[in-house]
Design a protein around this ligand. Sequence first.
Ligand SMILES: NC(=O)C1=CN([C@@H]2O[C@H](COP(=O)(O)OP(=O)(O)OC[C@H]3O[C@@H](n4cnc5c(N)ncnc54)[C@H](OP(=O)(O)O)[C@@H]3O)[C@@H](O)[C@H]2O)C=CC1
Ligand SMILES: CC(=O)N[C@@H](CCC(=O)OP(=O)(O)O)C(=O)O
Length: 350
Amino acid sequence: MAQLQRIGIVGGTGYAGAELLRLLSAHPHAEVVAVTSRGDAGTPVADAYPQLRGVIDLDFVEPSTANLVDCDIVFFATPHAAAMHDVPALLEAGKRVIDLSADFRLKDADEWAAWYGVEHVCPELIERAAYGMPELNREQIAGADLVAAPGCYPTAVVLGFKPLIDAGLVDAASLIADAKTGVSGAGKSLKPGFLFAEMQESFKAYGVAGHRHLPEIRQTLGELAGGDVGLTFVPHLVPMIRGIHATLYARLSDSNAGSADALQALYENAYADEPFVDVLPAGAAPETRHVRGGNMCRMAVHRPGGGDTVVVLSVIDNLIKGAAGQAVQCFNLMIGADENCALAAPGPLP
Ligand SMILES: NC(=O)C1=CN([C@@H]2O[C@H](COP(=O)(O)OP(=O)(O)OC[C@H]3O[C@@H](n4cnc5c(N)ncnc54)[C@H](OP(=O)(O)O)[C@@H]3O)[C@@H](O)[C@H]2O)C=CC1
Ligand SMILES: CC(=O)N[C@@H](CCC(=O)OP(=O)(O)O)C(=O)O
């Protein structure tokens, strides 16, 4: 039987932190006791998010280990290279940590430094972190005291490719992920390129020469494939608030393998027991609005024209299955609660 956990959220004014607050406020085994913000310390959480008036009755506090001393589990919803400064002391104090940032996602500290632009301050903890994608390593997450929640693009892309790679049906050197995200993926801090006048009625690729989620996706797919994978990953920004749509392409290694019916059965079987992956009927195309506000990844598998290329369409809400929801899913595993606790409800309709 899961026990009540006292929760701290570092980075409670950000989009991912706010979604954690919303989800955990309805969680029967969670009591949020500390929420941090450097800019808003001393002011009510509900002033920043009036949706939480009457739901979260706390003031923001400065981020410090002293302010997290009463917590059993601490979530970090901070920009990259922040959590790594506090995690060692929190683990030392017996807290469990779920980090939504990238600080513990890449297994190679040098590669992490190359992509994130600073040296890692506690590389010895990287191996200790469980990668927080339950569909890949549920048991490791359940026993972990440090969880590295995956990136939003990696969640949509890895879940989409996983059945094909597990089955060894595709040439793992031929993978292409063409992905689109809404603007909340960039967080709440002000950046000119995300102003309404700059991005509304427009659509663009970014990070084409190399995006920091590329090594993370390569690492995770490589573990599934048992060797290096060749991946082209191109992210795009679309003028919507939430959602990721990944269109994935892979070449069948044997064109006689994998009829459209067999591929459909492969995906349905692979995710039959997964509470948060929904394989749509043959011929369907998932939409981001059908996962908005919920923790579901919905996908569809196609073999256009019976050719050698398999196309998988995978959608998530970047702030839920791509961030706060997946973190709560990990939390549920860590405390022995039902995996769908506080996550079962679909998002708003329409
Ligand atoms: N947005 C998304 O779709 C996704 C986000 N993530 C990850 O979650 C994390 C948070 O993202 P998001 O919510 O979008 O970001 P935001 O920019 O919206 O929020 C960041 C939060 O962290 C706080 N903060 C900033 N710097 C520090 C610091 N040095 N120490 C302590 N607190 C700090 C900010 O408040 P203040 O400055 O007042 O302290 C704010 O509350 C990031 O690592 C992001 O990559 C993961 C998946 C998807
Ligand atoms: C539009 C935009 O900028 N999106 C972000 C999405 C990544 C993100 O939110 O961070 P995680 O690594 O923690 O998943 C980006 O491309 O960096």
